[in-house]
Ligand binder design. Structure first.
Ligand code: CP
Length: 314
């Protein structure tokens, strides 16, 4: 692949190759000496048009640990504020010859559009409600390390599915790897078209969690609700907040995941989130750096290969 724009175009063997490399980087990241030169001489530019803590910090650390020159564009202070378009901004940066462009944007499809205009490799760091591929990959790595496999697992994705690019990328990835996916939430937040991904839909959370191996909680994404129905947090927590009682319906060794940022007391009880026997939320963050190192390493190898190819003279 030239870019990492979504999970959709990836073959299961490509996913496994990336996760295997990420596993090696996870080991490297636990050493005192964390550096490699896989991106030495390359320039990585991070463009975040939406807020981020985990994704932006981990892409920056990943690039630096691999020896890239990393620049974080301060989008709030850029000429976008003076009316410059996304494409003009991208073309301007493209003229400075970056090798890797990491982009988060509030509009679905904006990152794909940008990738058509630039010469470098583009990584989607989350576009609107569309995809968040590195999140799904880091979730997959966390599951594989916790459960010892990434197939034939019962996985419940719970909460605000409708507005979630994390849910969409996970549905595609976990489906490709032949897991059984359940979507759990109120009908307003689990649109019927998600059944097309082959998932079972549950309105009752206890039924949805019965005997699952993995419980993946999602935040209520109020910023994407466009003035539509927003449930009361109290009522929502009562019906769909993960607490010890609801978690007791899952398998005794089921793991609890959350991509962050978390709203404690809304979609998850704070004690469950902090329970190191059940929650792998901090490991998800750790795997985020490793997965982003692997993704950029593999894209850089493709870049080197493409650049080494002799040009055909006509
Ligand atoms: N999971 C995730 O994308 O978190 P950030 O918004 O903090 O990057």
């Amino acid at each position: 692949q030239k870019h990492l724009l979504g999970i959709e175009p990836l073959h299961p063997t490509e996913i496994t190759t990336l996760l295997d490399l990420a596993d090696q980087y996870a080991d490297l990241n636990r050493r005192e000496q964390k550096h490699s030169d896989a991106l030495s001489g390359l320039t990585q530019v991070n463009m975040f048009f939406e807020n981020s803590t985990r994704t932006q910090a981990s892409f920056e650390l990943a690039g630096k640990r691999l020896g890239a020159d990393v620049m974080n564009m301060a989008m709030q202070a850029s000429s976008i504020k003076k009316g410059e378009t996304l494409i003009d901004t991208a073309m301007t940066l493209n003229a400075m010859h970056p090798d890797l462009l990491v982009v988060r944007h509030p509009h679905s499809g904006a990152v794909d559009l940008l990738a058509q205009k630039v010469n470098c490799a583009v990584l989607n760091a989350g576009d609107g409600r569309h995809e968040h591929p590195t999140q799904a990959l880091l979730d997959a790595l966390t599951i594989r390390r916790s459960k010892g496999r990434l197939h034939r697992l019962n996985i419940a994705i719970c909460g605000d599915i409708a507005h979630s690019r994390v849910a969409r990328s996970n549905l595609i990835l976990l489906g490709k790897m032949e897991n059984r996916i359940r979507l759990v939430g109120p009908p307003t937040l689990v649109p019927a078209q998600f059944a097309e991904f082959g998932a079972e839909v549950y309105e009752d959370m206890r039924e949805g969690l019965r005997d699952v191996d993995v419980v993946m909680m999602l935040r209520l994404q109020k910023e994407r609700m466009d003035g539509g129905f927003i449930p009361s947090e109290r009522e929502y927590y009562h019906r769909y907040g993960l607490d010890a009682e609801k978690l007791s319906y899952a398998k005794p060794d089921a793991i609890v995941m959350h991509p962050g940022p978390m709203n404690r007391g809304v979609e998850i009880d704070g004690e469950i989130a902090d329970d190191i026997n059940r929650s792998v939320i901090q490991e998800q963050v750790e795997m985020g750096v490793a997965v982003r190192m692997a993704a950029m390493d593999l894209l850089a190898r493709n870049l080197h290969e493409a650049r080494a190819k002799p040009r055909v003279m006509v």
